[in-house]
Design a protein around this ligand. Structure first.
Ligand SMILES: *Cc1c(COP(=O)(O)O)cnc(C)c1O
Length: 430
């Protein structure tokens, strides 16, 4: 490595890359950006991998040392069109030279266009923009409580959600989420939140009453371990909500925008929610979230009842509009189903050789490989081994390896990435 007015980085493959810095100070800082710096300057709530990626293209990522990775993680189900998709880059740069932010004292063209497209494509008539999934859910929960208060009075305040569910990290959303590890230890929680068993209608029935304001569910539990609902369960939840005049809220933050092979998961389940939240893939990697609902329910969020400084900013909405347009396309959605099969087939083949997975499950391009009892608790170990081989994966709890790649990942990348993943599995189970 030679240092002059720049830094020549020689990759393990022997390729040379020059990075030029404006000043000696900049060079010193650039040179000391290491994983160790994380432990020095960051709040210790994350445990990031030792790899620091510096660029990506499609479903490939390169780290500081120019090592290449195939990305099956997709920024946790966010980068629905891979990295730096040309349509998103041009939406971002075009809007970036026009107008970034106004606040909600004014509306803007990208937000209105995106909202129109979202309402045209779904059951909803109205959109509220936020910056993340947690914020979209926070809005949904507050709206449900307002709707119930206005229509039925103070007593109708119960919110029922499901064990193992995940809805975000604000205090209201962790409380509604079904994982005490995320909600405990922060003092008194928002009241009147109850948890039923997913895929167990009797357990929900036992909690439902005329005090039920809303039932909140993921139409496939993501963080909770890639658990699909049965068709009967989903229909039963809808019926119970109708019987008790409660709202049905679908958290489609992870399942939405093509992830399961339909624009939204509800479209393939034969039920329609009253409120739906969407984020992650909505911005294709740019932060944005939204809550969508009907006119009749939306009217309870009157002027001043809720808001966000950044929500619906032109920059985020312009990128999301490009992502939404690109994904909401019959060919792309059909491609998700085909690519899903390639993943499932490859994982089943690996499993035939190594007998490591109990079940390979999920839908579309949200796939979980659940470990056998013998390998219990070792999902993270597999993720790390796969990273060493050059394949990026995710986990969903301690026992499930999760795949949430780009919806347009080339078939060749699936094949190559799966070969790398197999090497990692061989290290653990070989
Ligand atoms: C990721 C996720 C959230 C939280 O989204 P953030 O953008 O991290 O706030 C909420 N619900 C579900 C189902 C998710 O997968």
């Amino acid at each position: 490595m030679s240092v002059s007015n720049g830094l020549t980085i020689v990759s393990q493959q022997g390729q040379k890359r020059n990075t030029f810095f404006k000043s000696p100070i900049e060079r010193i800082f650039a040179m000391s950006v290491t994983r160790e710096l994380f432990d020095e300057v960051m709040v210790p709530n994350y445990a990031p991998s030792k790899v620091i990626p510096v660029r990506g293209s499609g479903s490939r990522i390169w780290d500081q040392n120019d090592n290449e990775y195939i990305d099956f993680a997709g920024g946790i189900a966010v980068n629905c069109l891979g990295h730096c998709h040309p349509k998103l880059v041009s939406a971002l740069t075009e809007q970036g030279q026009k107008l970034w932010h106004l606040s909600n004292t004014m509306t803007n063209e990208p937000a209105l266009r995106l909202a129109k497209k979202m309402t045209d494509a779904t059951f909803a008539d109205k959109v509220y923009f936020a910056n993340s999934g947690g914020e979209a859910n926070e809005a949904a929960l507050k709206l449900a409580r307002r709707w119930a208060l206005d229509n039925h009075g103070e007593e109708k305040s119960h919110i029922i959600s499901f064990k193992q569910g995940f809805h975000g990290r604000t205090f209201f959303t962790v409380t509604v989420g079904g994982q005490p590890a995320y909600s405990d230890g922060f003092g008194p929680k928002p009241a009147d939140v109850f948890h039923a068993e997913y895929n167990n209608l009797d357990s929900l029935k036992a909690l439902m009453s005329d005090k039920t304001c809303a039932v909140v569910m993921e139409p496939l539990q993501g963080e909770g371990g890639i658990i699909s609902p049965t068709a009967d369960f989903v229909k039963g939840v809808r019926d119970l909500c109708d019987q008790h005049s409660a709202l049905l809220v679908f958290d489609e933050v992870q399942t939405g925008v093509g992830r399961l092979g339909h624009l939204y998961a509800y479209m393939d389940l034969g039920v329609t929610p009253d409120i739906l939240t969407t984020a992650k893939a909505l911005g294709g990697g740019f932060p944005i979230g939204a809550m969508i609902t009907t006119t009749d329910i939306a009217k309870h969020l009157k002027i001043g009842t809720h808001g966000s400084t950044y929500g619906g900013n032109p920059l985020a909405c312009a990128v999301a509009e490009a992502a939404f347009d690109t994904v909401n396309d019959a060919q792309v959605l059909e491609g998700v189903k085909q690519k899903s099969k390639l993943f499932m087939d490859a994982l089943n083949e690996i499993n035939e050789k190594y007998d490591i997975f109990e079940e390979i499950r999920g839908k579309g391009l949200l796939i979980g490989a659940a470990l056998k009892e013998t390998y219990k608790g070792r999902a993270k170990e597999i993720l790390l081994a796969a990273m060493d081989e050059g394949a990026m994966t995710l986990i969903a709890g301690a026992n499930v390896v999760r795949f949430a790649p780009s919806l347009v990942i080339p078939d060749e990348d699936i094949k190559q990435g799966m070969a790398l993943f197999e090497k990692a599995v061989a290290k653990i189970a070989g």
